[in-house]
Design a protein around this ligand. Structure first.
Ligand code: GLC
Length: 414
């Protein structure tokens, strides 16, 4: 079986981390398969995929196409940018079609909306196309329309949660949709291993006495809840000995949808958090960063389609407070494997952080239960078996008659 994956960007966001696990687990489960990755941009993602033995081809996007975001707020600007990108996209599509003919895959799988469209326009007519949809579609009116236009080119859509499945179903009612949860590398993300000196990285003085370290780990996308996290920290009293850390940086090319470091620093100082919160910048070694925290916070203010950070923190055996909405809410059992909070509600978040910060036993218990849940539900072997079933189903090259049951996603609660 020859599989080609298409991904628009070269930085390591959630969809790319998800794809890295797919690549690793496929290589482990079916080493004889030829797996190739085509990227619209060079960057750390290419290096990580190559390190996993995957052959990577960078077919760079023209600038106007790379910068094109699908902003829900600035529809007019998006339309204008779309028009500007239309010509370059047309030429890119021809280059991609030529490349795909040469690679001659049995299956093409696309990540990211731009590649869902480009894949549909450039795939060889007889090659099945799988969309791996990582985000809600119905809130993006323009993208919903475009996807509907090319929907016939797509054999099946994999989605990252039941919540996203329900959403995609409303936009593309006749498309076969298979929810498959992401996986995490449970060896790298494990409770034991190296740690980091977060204070030094953030330029904070060494802590005097016992403190509880609480961190938000993630990209600077505005809906990831940095503001709510900072407001929650400000509601906790100084004598509670809690130090906050913002771990991550602005990694996307499109600027209107992400915070800058300066903006977040300003918010922290306006909230009077000097010395109580540190910004470490982008960290390549997330497992070590997580192990250096006592509590990991996931604070997305909009329904989170999945939330890689949730399964990563649980895999590290960390106490976790997570937003209780969207696909994210499917990944943990509130009170057993993590604590949930109301998305966007700083007071509720502060309350859950305090509950954990003042109870080391609760943190330890949640950490152990979280790790056990990840080992059971979010490891690479489960991911590979579900994916293989999907590939065999869509591709004549692997038509070995697997039943729909093998593709089924199951619930963390089952
Ligand atoms: C997208 C989603 C995020 C998910 C990731 C991997 O980035 O927004 O929720 O964790 O894809 O599926």
């Amino acid at each position: 079986m020859r599989v080609v994956f298409l991904n628009p960007c070269g930085s390591l966001g959630g969809a790319e981390t998800s794809l890295l696990e797919i690549l690793s687990s496929l290589r482990a489960a079916s080493p004889q398969w030829r797996v190739q990755l085509v990227l619209g941009e060079d960057g750390p993602f290419a290096a990580e995929a190559r390190a996993r033995g995957v052959s990577v081809i960078v077919e760079p996007f023209p600038q106007t196409l790379g910068r094109l975001g699908d902003s829900r707020k600035h529809r007019l600007a998006t339309m204008k940018n779309l028009l500007l990108a239309a010509g370059p996209a047309f030429w890119y599509r021809r280059r991609l079609a030529r490349l795909l003919r040469a690679l001659h895959p049995d299956v093409i799988q696309t990540n990211g909306f731009k590649m869902h469209l480009l894949g549909a326009w450039s795939r060889p007519a007889s090659t099945p196309l799988i969309w791996h949809i990582h985000d809600y579609v119905s809130t993006r009116r323009l993208m919903s329309r475009l996807l509907r236009l090319v929907r016939k080119a797509c054999s099946l859509a994999i989605v990252n949660s039941r919540s996203v499945a329900a959403d995609v179903q409303t936009v593309l009612p006749n498309l076969k949709i298979v929810p498959i949860y992401n996986a995490v590398d449970t060896q790298r993300f494990s409770p034991t291993g190296a740690t980091l000196d977060l204070d030094a990285l953030a330029g904070l003085p060494p802590a005097s006495g016992e403190i509880v370290r609480v961190g938000l780990v993630g990209t600077f996308a505005r809906w990831k809840g940095h503001q709510v996290f900072l407001e929650a920290l400000a509601q906790l009293r100084v004598e509670e000995n809690i130090r906050g850390y913002v771990i991550g940086g602005p990694i996307y090319q499109t600027n209107d949808s992400q915070w800058s470091l300066e903006e977040l620093r300003q918010q922290a100082s306006m909230l009077g958090l000097q010395g109580r919160v540190g910004f470490t910048g982008f960290q390549g070694d997330i497992p070590s960063a997580m192990r250096s925290l006592d509590i990991v916070v996931h604070a997305s203010t909009e329904p989170e389609p999945f939330g890689m950070v949730i399964i990563e923190a649980m895999a590290c055996g960390k106490a976790l407070v997570a937003s209780r909405d969207g696909g994210a809410a499917e990944l943990f059992i509130d009170g057993q494997t993590a604590l949930g909070h109301i998305p966007g509600d700083a007071s509720d978040l502060a309350m859950q952080i305090r509950r954990m910060a003042t109870n080391a036993e609760l943190r330890a218990n949640l950490g152990v239960a979280g790790r056990a849940s990840v080992e059971k539900h979010f490891d690479g072997r489960r991911l590979a078996s579900q994916l293989l079933a999907v590939f065999h189903r869509v591709s004549p090259a692997g038509a070995i008659g697997l039943s729909d049951r093998a593709m089924e996603s199951w619930s963390v609660r089952s």
